[in-house]
Design a protein around this ligand. Structure first.
Ligand code: ADE
Length: 232
């Protein structure tokens, strides 16, 4: 998979993609992330990428020319499955969308800044708009890093343990059960006996019940589809 991220602050994206899982994905040739500085595409003599709003009002708007040129250049080089605009007024991002996007080959993520991009960019190029939550960030970069991370870790071979992405919270519509590691007792706090029993059937049942309980308590909205199941 290839992800191209378009931004006016490329420095903000250096950290997230040069570490751990994402770096390993790159080294294994499973995913590559290319960050493009929109300013490099500006034909303006001062390399400006934003301008005042028509009609007046506070805040600058990202201009059409540099973004359009950058997207058109990329689209000439390869076909993109989606051109995604990161924006607080997009569809709220969920695991199901990450799963779907992880099956694609080439994606563009456009990061907004200031008041956002000229609406004609959205009309002409954007095929999907994503918000990572009901709050406003100072730009789309952190949101793009979140989306790219959540997609890349799903690509088979990226995680060491092939099954671990499948047992994440949300993958079966439920939150994950609690987990423990050594020691079996810490200052009087004990690991649940069943997890030490070696009885895999009992352990599986316990985890399922705990996942149901946790989902019911913390995210009843996720629980809707599993209402006929009971917790102990
Ligand atoms: N840009 C600013 N806020 C955002 C959000 N919540 N999600 C995606 N992009 C954004």
């Amino acid at each position: 998979m290839r992800i191209d991220i378009l931004t006016v602050v490329p420095d903000l994206l250096e950290g997230p993609f040069s570490h751990s899982i994402l770096q390993r994905a790159h080294e294994k040739g499973l995913a590559e992330v290319h960050v493009h500085n929109i300013r490099d595409y500006s034909t303006d003599k001062h390399k400006n990428v934003d301008d005042y709003q028509y009609g007046g009002g506070a805040g600058m708007v990202m201009a059409i020319q540099p973004i359009a040129d950058c997207i058109e250049k990329l689209q000439k080089e390869r076909d993109y499955d989606e051109v995604i605009y990161m924006t607080p007024d997009g569809e709220v991002y969920e695991q199901s969308r990450a799963n779907q996007l992880s099956l694609h080959k080439n994606l563009i993520l456009l990061c907004g800044h200031y008041k956002g991009v000229d609406e004609r960019i959205r009309e002409r190029f954007i095929t999907m708009e994503i918000s990572i939550g009901s709050y406003v960030l100072s730009g789309g970069e952190l949101a793009a890093a979140v989306v790219a991370d959540s997609i890349i870790r799903l690509i088979p071979g990226v995680l060491n343990n092939e099954t671990s992405a499948l047992t994440d919270s949300f993958q079966d519509g439920l939150l994950s059960p609690p987990v423990y590691t050594r020691p079996a007792e810490y200052k009087g706090m004990k690991v649940p006996e069943v997890l030490l029993s070696g009885n895999f059937k009992k352990i599986e049942d316990y985890r399922e019940q705990e996942a149901l309980k946790r989902t019911r308590q913390r995210r009843p909205d996720l629980f809707k589809g599993t209402e006929n199941q009971t917790t102990k």
